[in-house]
Structures are given as structure tokens and as C-alpha cells.
Design a binder for this molecule. Structure first.
Ligand code: GLN
Length: 246
């Protein structure tokens, strides 16, 4: 009897921030645990649900401007969850999910909407949308290059104590002029990359899972994984970027 307790992953607001297939990140995280015989439980938390505050990992995806204002209000209303994100749980956020964790978000009309205030970062609408493939170098040791696609207008500035998840080699990312993408703290992994990003970058998924489980995980050798990765990096090469005109 007994055995390892399940890692509990909360998919937050897939009905609100579900535009860019980022829900696939939850599938990837759960499956990489199952492949290692680590039990996992997924809690899908819709806008009408009371969110559990005792999960190990919370995942938020991208979405439209209006949807993310709703999501930020929702997080502030659910103060136990908000405190869990601030103090304890590992959180994986993408694009709008990253923006809503910040102090505020300023829309194209110059209106400021309060964020969930979990992280010291702010977002303003930029002059034009950043759309296209991104290649970056991840700051987490051993993760290497990340690829994904971005589609956002928000420009995110990190507070003085925060560091980005990655350095952008191609594409825009946070867009604040320092070539950073996303944010990395002891509990939050945030990025502008869709894909879903964890399907395209399994090493990042494993880095998130290592934080959750508190240990290095045995590697998974999946058929064709390395070949697919080389193909993606090749397609995103700087030479092609110059030719691509996006
Ligand atoms: N609505 C936000 C923006 O345009 C986020 C978009 C997204 O999640 N891809 O900046």
C-alpha cells in the first residue's frame, strides 16, 4: 500500500485562456510523469469553479486582451489561490498567463488593468504585434535552445529583482529591449512561446517537473525527439529569418 503520492497539476481557466493550444502543456507535463511511473492527477479549473489551493503545479495559457483582464480579476478574487501562487506552488505560464501575474497591464487605449500582483512585472501594449517563430537560449542549466511561436502585442518589463527565462536569439519575447523572454523565479516559469512550448521543448517540461518533484528526473529517450528538434531549429535558422520578412 502507500506508494508515491500523485503530483497534482491544475489547468487554470482553459475556458478563458485557451486560444493558443497552451492546454497541451498540461498534457505534456502529465504524460512525462506517467512515462516515469510517477502518479499524476489533473484538476481542470474553469471560471465557475472554486480553484484548489493545494495543487503542486499551476498552468496558465495565452488568450485575448479581454479574457486576460477577466483572468487577472478572477485570480485576485480567489485569494487563497493567489497566495499559493505567490508563496509556494510551481507555476508555468504562457503569454497572457504571464502578463496577468504581473502588477498591471496597459491596453492599446492606455487604460491600466490591475494584474494578480504575484510578480513584479508590468505589460504595456506595444506599437505592433510580435508574430512569428522564436528561438531563445534558456537560462535553466541543461535546457539549451527553446523554440516556439509568439503572437502578442504586450511588451513586458521585469522588475529589478527578476530575470528572464531565456535570451531571445530570433523573435521578440518580452520586447522590452533587453532580448529577454519570459521570467524565471524559484517557482515561476513564464514565457511568450506557444507551440505548445512544452511539446516543442521537452527539456523545459522536465525542468518544470524537477522543480515540482524536487529531484532530477531520469531522462526519457523518445523516438525521433532529437530529429524533430533539429528540424525545428534548422527551420528557424537566422539565414531563413533574413529571407522570411515577417
Ligand atoms: N492578449 C495578449 C497580447 O496580445 C496576449 C496574447 C497571447 O496570449 N498570445 O499581448
Amino acid at each position: 500500500m502507500g506508494g508515491e503520492s500523485a503530483v497534482r497539476i491544475a489547468a487554470l481557466l482553459p475556458d478563458v485562456l485557451g486560444t493558443y493550444s497552451d492546454g497541451g502543456n498540461v498534457t505534456v507535463l502529465a504524460q512525462r510523469l506517467r512515462w516515469r511511473q510517477i502518479p499524476v492527477e489533473i484538476c481542470t479549473v474553469a471560471a465557475g469553479d472554486v480553484p484548489p489551493a493545494d495543487c503542486d503545479l499551476y498552468v496558465l495559457g495565452g488568450g485575448e486582451d479581454g479574457a486576460q483582464v477577466f483572468a487577472a480579476d478572477w485570480l485576485r478574487r480567489h485569494s487563497r489561490l493567489r497566495a499559493t501562487l505567490e508563496e509556494r506552488a510551481v507555476t508555468m505560464v504562457v503569454c497572457a498567463g504571464l502578463q496577468v501575474l504581473g502588477r498591471w497591464m496597459q491596453d492599446t487605449a492606455g487604460r491600466r488593468h490591475p494584474g494578480a500582483d504575484v510578480l513584479d512585472l508590468t505589460t504595456k501594449a506595444g506599437r505592433r504585434r510580435a508574430i512569428g517563430e522564436v528561438v531563445s537560449r534558456c537560462a535553466i542549466p541543461g535546457v539549451g535552445a527553446l523554440t516556439g511561436f509568439e503572437n502578442h502585442r504586450g511588451v513586458t518589463t521585469l522588475g529589478a529583482g527578476l530575470l528572464p527565462l531565456a535570451e531571445v536569439v530570433r523573435g521578440v519575447g518580452n520586447g522590452a529591449g533587453d532580448h529577454g523572454d519570459g521570467v524565471l523565479t524559484s517557482t515561476v516559469v513564464g514565457t511568450y512561446l506557444h507551440g505548445p512550448v512544452l511539446a516543442r521543448n521537452p527539456a523545459l517540461a522536465d525542468a518544470v517537473l524537477s522543480r515540482v518533484t524536487g529531484r532530477a528526473l531520469p531522462s526519457l529517450e523518445l523516438q525521433d525527439q532529437e530529429a524533430v528538434r533539429r528540424l525545428r531549429l534548422g527551420r528557424s535558422s537566422v539565414t531563413r529569418l533574413r529571407a522570411a520578412r515577417w
